[in-house]
Design a protein around this ligand. Structure first.
Ligand SMILES: Nc1ncnc2c1ncn2[C@@H]1O[C@H](COP(=O)(O)OP(=O)(O)O)[C@@H](O)[C@H]1O
Ligand SMILES: [Mg+2]
Length: 207
């Protein structure tokens, strides 16, 4: 879908931080770009997000988790993404279907094919025009963050899981490189921001 961009990467690579800077940049220049995030991003979707991330829900079935992410995605598309695209705006979303592919499909081991099918039902034609992957291994990302947040069910699952997620992203990119813009996120915040702006300008999102 033209003008729909997603940002992916492991925990702590700088997605939230970089998106905040991009938002400021757009506001200063009057660029018509909507910034949002998954899971959540709208009222009902945020309620679903709380259930997913609640550390008390450690009995949650993996497939239940996958369906909750997909459910949150449907609502978020309806409330935020579709109206913005229809109004001629660009949308930049912090996490989307690739997160489900790698976290639930590969990390949890439900299988990529099943999660792809589930998400086809959820998003239909609303696949991103391209996806920016902030490339930094979990080893470095967690060092930056000072370790995982134990109150966040997804962050608390352990290092091996996050390594599987990182390798999962790499395999998705290898299988379909033209869908991704890979950005080395190991430099300073300013360096990563400059690379993001370069990609968004080159792809015609920042005009
Ligand atoms: N390039 C960088 N160098 C050093 N610290 C960074 C860099 N990018 C982000 N950080 C810091 O790392 C932490 C995690 O960043 P965050 O944006 O929350 O990651 P994510 O949203 O991808 O999980 C934050 O404290 C952020 O300020
Ligand atoms: Mg974040």
């Amino acid at each position: 879908m033209r003008n729909f961009i997603t940002i992916e990467g492991c925990e702590g690579v700088g997605k939230t931080y970089q998106t905040k800077l991009l938002r400021q940049y757009c506001e200063e220049r009057g660029l018509n770009v909507v910034f949002t995030r998954e899971p959540g991003g709208s009222d009902i979707a945020e309620q679903i997000r709380r259930i997913i991330l609640d550390a008390n829900n450690n009995d949650m079935d993996d497939l239940c988790e996958a369906f909750l992410y997909a459910a949150s995605r449907i609502q978020h598309l309806k409330d935020i993404v579709k109206p913005a695209l229809e109004a001629g705006k660009a949308v930049i979303c912090d996490r989307y279907v690739d997160s489900s592919y790698v976290y639930q499909g590969l990390g949890r081991g439900l299988g990529l094919e099943k999660i792809v099918r589930l998400n086809q039902i959820a998003v239909g034609e609303y696949m991103p025009e391209f996806t920016i992957f902030l490339d930094l291994s979990p080893e470095f990302a967690f060092k930056r963050k000072g370790g995982a947040d134990q109150n966040d069910r997804m962050e608390a699952v352990g290092y091996d899981f996050h390594l599987k997620v990182y390798e999962g992203y790499k395999s998705l990119i290898a299988a379909d490189p033209s869908r991704f813009e890979v950005i080395d996120a190991s430099g300073t915040k300013e360096q990563t921001q400059a690379k993001l702006r370069e990609v968004l300008a080159r792809r015609g999102i920042f005009k």
